[in-house]
Design a protein around this ligand. Sequence first.
Ligand SMILES: [Zn+2]
Ligand SMILES: [Zn+2]
Length: 376
Amino acid sequence: MSESRDFCPRCGDPVPERPEPLPGMPRERDDVLCDSCYFEDFDLVDAPDEVQVRVCAQCGAIHRGNRWVDVGARDYTDIAIEEVSNSLGVHLNAEEVRWGVEPEQVDENNIRMHCHFSGVVRGTPLEESVVVPVSIARETCQRCGRIAGGYFASLVQVRADDRTPTTDEAEAAIEIAESYIAEREEKGDRDAFISSIKRTPNGPNIKISTNKMGSGVAKQIRERFGGTIEEHPTLVTEDGDGNEVYRVTFVARLPRFTAGDIIDPEDGDGPVLVRSNRGRLKGTRLTSGDPYESEFEEGERPEAEDLGSVEDAAETTVVTVEDEHAVQVLDPETYEAKTIPRPDYFDPDAPTVPVLKSQSGLHILPEEVVESEDEE
Ligand SMILES: [Zn+2]
Ligand SMILES: [Zn+2]
């Protein structure tokens, strides 16, 4: 039995024998002090002198560690309570610890946090209260600063082959970009944002935060509409480590012909209603109802005359069914009776039919004119 266990090493008073520490655990120097020396400089609570909470005044993110984190839309007092609570420590030797934190709002940006602790140390109940002043610093996080500054790393241009995108195509492409980015934002990716959307006469220009997401958006647009993607990188700067930083323009070029277009491949068999543009162009002949498919070498872009689309169709009256190859209808513009080809989808009992009048003449369209592309 050593001397130090029987007498307090600081004041020399005798102390009751203390239990041996657990095997492998060293006896702390303080553990051998008598109670009065031990409590002389004992702090139940370890609290910071003050806490500063940096919040983004735009989006409500808070700065924690060395980065901004989204905490959702909550009030700053709740955030202050949480930050202070995380910064408080209780002495390891304390048992039966209870604690509470009570905010006292001083002004809009200052809160006095009253923290109460109780616990039992060496069989002695202790209580301690500390007041931690909290200041709220309203700043602009990097993300909000970048959005406000128009920062972008990639530009997605929605264009079309030998034509301009329709309003429907343009709006659908914008919606694809918005939901792609929104999905990443929801997963907590603070690098995901759209800094601007411009609807130009040639098609939408969408500025996106990263090259990777710009590429992802362009691919989703191609997935929806078909067509091609061109990439044009531009060196904009070098980063701190001397790496080259590129801004990439992705041109999502929609195909020349899309489902619902009516074209004339000029092969002598008459106009075609386009049904699909994946790989090769597929459709239905308006003269016979036979299927049409472009040659392999032509892909989705055969040489063809654009005659219009199903949206240009007009409903007209069937005058008489002449035979299995011909039917007489009224010209929707001149109201003259005209004999035109009878495709196999024509219903001989129908009093009216949708027709398209174009430079190739008058043609009957199928009733269910366009299939949804999603059913491909
Ligand atoms: Zn002592
Ligand atoms: Zn922000």
